[in-house]
Design a protein around this ligand. Sequence first.
Ligand code: CXF
Ligand code: ZN
Length: 400
Amino acid sequence: NTAGKPIRCRAAIARKPREPLVIEEVIVAAPKPREVRIKIICTSLCHSDINYWKLEVDSCLRSKLVFLLKLINDCCFLLKRPPAIFPRILGHEAIGVVESIGEGVHEVVEGDTVIPMFLPDCGECADCLSKKSNLCSKYPFHCTPWVGRDETSRFTDINGETLYHFLHVSSFTEYTVVEMARVIKVDPAIPANRACLLSCGVSTGAAWKAAKVEIGTTVAIFGLGAIGLAVAEGARLCGAKRIIGVDVNQDKFEIGKKFGVTDFVNPRNIGDKTVSQVIIEMTDGGADYCFECVGLTSLVHEAYAASRKGWGKTVMLGVDQPESMLTLSSFGLLEGGKSLTGSLFGGLKPKSDIPVLIKRYMDNELQLDLFVTHEVEFEDINKAFDLLLEGKSLRCVIWM
Ligand code: CXF
Ligand code: ZN
């Protein structure tokens, strides 16, 4: 019985930005009060893992003086620039089994199948209690987590060096420790290599929540990566009549068709026209719903412009640089009558909505299988990085 004791296991550590992860032995501390230690079954790779793996910010100072580190963190926070923290255990799309629980955890027991989540859902604050929000205020989500939790880590390497957490999940390890507010108990009947997708990218694209897409509407999707394709899948399930995919990669049309994409615009093949002009022509006035799924401010502008005056709604799901700004003409806003919103995790409330997605998968409605283009063993985790970097995979599942 390992409860209450540190566990020695294998983890894939990001030691330096852009360098392959290294599998090493690590020590995972026992969960503190209201925390859960999870044995990861499998995990998948999301673009955010890659974005933070690439980030390079003065991490060499870390080993020198702790106060300097704090100072950098504060500056990073003020400048809204995510700090890069190494060595770090990345990974935030996963499923696992509860190995042990900390004091005061009553919602799960050892052996329960759970999904660890980057987005908290405490179930107690005004936001969690409201149907309208998925932004918990008890554990506010910042794009710039230092180590998460109480500013301490549950990971050390065998030389006693601290390993930093990532997005409060850190799933590229055999065991991790996650706060109860970020632990979703799920039906163990769902295959692990499908369920793991639901803790980030694929759920983020669930259009039925972020935009309440209705039957017979027209949806335009900017970027047909995993999130964009998930938007198509969600829109298809909502009964959208026309689903227009926008991507510079022509192959995405054929792939998109499997998820309900009916029309395609390749920005490289439209001459002098803008994508929004093309969409406005195709739809006789603009799309009812537009989704930005790349993380480019310029595309948010195009999406907003492509949405129909009077009622068009644009949802930004992609993640751009923290300092990038949108510019909207105030007159345009006034005369346009359109709306523009951003959404973390597609507006889903993790604890109540993930089980709904699982049920829809189990009922053969939601197609999760098509997102899993590759599967590798833990030893080959760097292959998952290569595949996503080369644009060859939608989701690569990594088996522990
Ligand atoms: C993202 C959400 C925005 C900040 C970085 C992480 N979530 C998952 O990929
Ligand atoms: Zn993600």
